[in-house]
Ligand binder design. Structure first.
Ligand SMILES: Cc1cc2nc3c(=O)[nH]c(=O)nc-3n(C[C@H](O)[C@H](O)[C@H](O)COP(=O)(O)OP(=O)(O)OC[C@H]3O[C@@H](n4cnc5c(N)ncnc54)[C@H](O)[C@@H]3O)c2cc1C
Length: 235
């Protein structure tokens, strides 16, 4: 679906390329990447949290300090150890083990991602801290492969929230993730993206063009929201 939407939009997509500077040069923005490429854009949308990134802006933009809550996701292929859970057999362990929020507990959830057969399973473990090898070796009796990802998952919330502006420079530099001070989910990020698309239509295009593009964007974004919603429900 995502690929289809990109195809009908007739856009150029640059994957696996990190933007490290955004400069306003009068009539357009120049985006430079770590691959040494430069792109000229009349409108630029930042769609990732700026809190832990080092993109250089010229002129500088002002974004309130925000601390991100990190979630450690550890993917283990192997088999859980029933002894760790005080049980006799693997079959007695539920597909999802979730804990209350307590810093003394070493994980917040362990769930089955894929079951190849009775003794070969991929598990997803969420935790507040990185899982050490020793801890994993006590939870799993077999551990063939381990992948660790440390995610800046969502902002620490402290009311009243200080929001970054959605328009970073008063011109055409937009910031979708300013919305995350209200809520940080796939659905709300899709809504924030739609709002930015609406802003661009109303601020950048004239009214006649806006009527055409709004219908087009709305259909595309609505489809995206529908897909994301059904995926999250399925998850
Ligand atoms: C462990 C975990 C579990 C979650 N579970 C759920 C859930 O069950 N349901 C739910 O609704 N939400 C969940 N969320 C939150 C959800 O993933 C986020 O809210 C959502 O992905 C935010 O979308 P986004 O497009 O703003 O940012 P992202 O999905 O983070 O996308 C940002 C993109 O920008 C790219 N990027 C970053 N820097 C640069 C750069 N300099 N140049 C070019 N590209 C760059 C990144 O590679 C990434 O592809 C979860 C998050 C985490 C971490």
């Amino acid at each position: 679906m995502a690929a289809g939407l990109i195809n009908i939009s007739d856009v150029e997509l640059h994957l696996h390329e990190e933007i490290d500077s955004i400069s306003y040069l009068g009539a357009y923005y120049e985006l430079k990447s770590t691959k040494g490429n430069a792109y000229s854009c009349e409108v630029t949308v930042v769609a990732t949290p700026l809190d832990e990134l080092s993109i250089q802006f010229s002129p500088l933009v002002s974004v309130p300090m925000r601390q991100l809550q990190h979630t450690h996701a550890t993917f283990v292929r192997g088999l859980v150890n029933p002894v760790y859970f005080g049980l006799k057999a693997v079959s007695e362990i539920p597909e999802l083990v979730a804990t209350i929020e307590d810093p003394r507990l070493p994980f917040t959830s362990i769930s089955i991602l894929k079951c190849y057969n009775e003794t070969d399973v991929t598990y997803k473990v969420f935790s507040r801290q990185a899982m050490t090898d020793a801890l994993l070796d006590s939870i799993f009796s077999v551990r063939k492969e381990t992948v660790r990802i440390n995610w800046g998952a969502y902002p620490h919330y402290k009311a009243p929230e200080k929001f970054a502006p959605f328009i970073l420079d008063g011109k055409h530099l937009y910031y979708v993730n300013a919305f995350e001070n209200a809520a940080s989910t796939m659905e709300t990020s899709a809504v924030a993206a739609e709002n930015i698309a609406r802003l661009i239509l109303s601020r950048f295009f004239d009214r006649k063009m806006a009527a055409f593009w709004f219908t087009y964007f709305y259909i595309a974004i609505d489809l995206r929201v529908s897909v994301i919603s059904s995926e999250s429900r399925a998850a």
